[in-house]
Every structure is written in C-alpha cells, then in structure tokens.
Design a protein around this ligand. Structure first.
Ligand SMILES: O=C(O)COP(=O)(O)O
Ligand SMILES: [Mg+2]
Length: 227
C-alpha cells in the first residue's frame, strides 16, 4: 500500500522572484543608483530578467544596458543602490499569490522551511522581517553567508542542513536555481511567474508550477512509489 507521508522533511526556497515579487523595489533602487551615475532609468520588465545573481550583478547589468561598465562604476553605484534598497525593501514587495497558504500547509505537514538566496543575508533577513516572516523559516542562507553562492550547491546544502536536514527539494525561479539543484542532485520545482532570462521550459526543472496552489501536489508527485 502506498503511504501518504510527505516525501520531504525540508523544502528550500529561492527568495526574489519565487516567494516575493521584489522587482519594483529592486528597480527603484537600481534606477536611483543609475541616476546617480548619470544613467537613464530601466523599465521594471527588463529588470525582471536581470535578477538572480546578487546586487552587484544587477548593477553591472543595469550599467551595461545603459552604456559602458567597469568595476569602478559598480563600486560607486553599489552603496547608492544598497542604501536606497535597504530603506525601501518592502515598499511594494509582496509574496506571490498563494505563498502564505502553501507555507502554512507545509508547516502543518511538519516540513521545515528554508531560504537559499543570492540576496545578501542582511537584506534577505530585513525583507523577511518586513513581511512578518521572522518565525517562518528554520534557516536563511544569503549570497554572502558562505564564501560561495548559487549556482554552487554549498549554500543550498547549508540551508537544508541548518533546517534540520533529510530529504529535501528546492523551489526557485531562475537558471541559477535549477543549476544549483542539479549540482546538489536535488529535485527542483520552478515557478513560471518569476524572474528569468529564458522560457521556463528551458530551465531544466524537475517540474513547473504556475501558482503556489500547485506546489504541494507537485512535491507529492516527486514521491517515489512506496510498497
Ligand atoms: O538578489 C538577487 O539577485 C537574487 O536573489 P534570489 O537568489 O533570491 O533570486
Ligand atoms: Mg530568484
């Protein structure tokens, strides 16, 4: 007989573009930094394709999209970006539809929740707190928590271990996340509504979901048949 036990003890999530739509606040901070360097603003839709590798990488892409780019320009714009973003981290950033319900249901199933993001740890903690999620996650690993970041699998392993370990799955939105999960040999569910630079079908995810309502059924399907 097949057991209905949930197949994972830990589910780890990417943050930007997966749990939370942070694009408008990131765009405002990026455009503030670009403006301070005499650059024009970038539209929010373009920024959605630039997020996933941390703030410096976002600024680099913003500079490249509006002119020349070198490390000294990034060095000048970076503190401007961080100051603005820190002050406005949750002006408009909100969880995607169904996130709260899905996290509640996982919690009720006894599943430990973790975040593995390339956002700086301090910014991730600040955003989580601003959303009232300070008691929600058993572990939060940011892009600067360890010497390496996603797509290196080490931060994902650390997030899972800090959340208690055991069978785990990762939920993300970008190629960075699916590459990380593949490197970790873990299943990866990709959301189709997040920030990505290619069609969702090309991410190489184990499964795709269009809404957080589909998360738990998708995770259940990953269960290998049990006798
Ligand atoms: O801040 C970023 O660029 C990425 O953040 P994420 O890893 O949560 O998508
Ligand atoms: Mg993301």
């Amino acid at each position: 007989m097949q057991t209905s036990r949930f197949p994972f003890t830990v589910v780890a999530f990417d943050l930007d573009g997966t749990l939370v739509d942070t694009a408008p606040d990131l765009t405002a901070a990026l455009n503030h930094a670009l403006g301070s360097l005499g650059r024009p603003a970038i539209d929010p839709e373009s920024v959605r394709h630039m997020v996933g590798h941390g703030a410096r990488a976002l600024l680099r892409q913003g500079l490249q999209a509006t002119g020349t780019c070198d490390e000294s320009l990034i060095d000048r714009g970076f503190p401007v970006f961080i100051d603005h973003y820190t002050a406005h981290i949750a002006d408009t950033s909100r969880p995607y539809p169904g996130v709260a319900e899905a996290l509640d249901r996982l919690d009720a199933l006894g599943v430990k929740l973790a975040i593995c993001t390339n956002k700086a740890e301090s910014l991730a903690l600040r955003l989580v707190e601003a959303l009232g999620w300070q008691n929600r996650f058993a572990a939060i690993v940011g892009g600067d928590t360890l010497p390496v970041r996603k797509p290196d699998p080490t931060p994902l392993f650390a997030a899972i271990a800090r959340a208690g370990g055991g069978p785990a799955a990762f939920v993300g939105d970008s190629i960075t996340d699916t590459d990380t999960a593949r490197a970790a040999a873990l299943p990866c569910i990709a959301v189709t509504f997040g920030f990505r630079d290619r069609p969702a079908e090309e991410l190489g995810a184990t499964a795709l979901i269009d809404h957080f309502d589909e998360l738990i059924p998708a995770l259940m399907k990953l269960q290998s048949p049990q006798i």
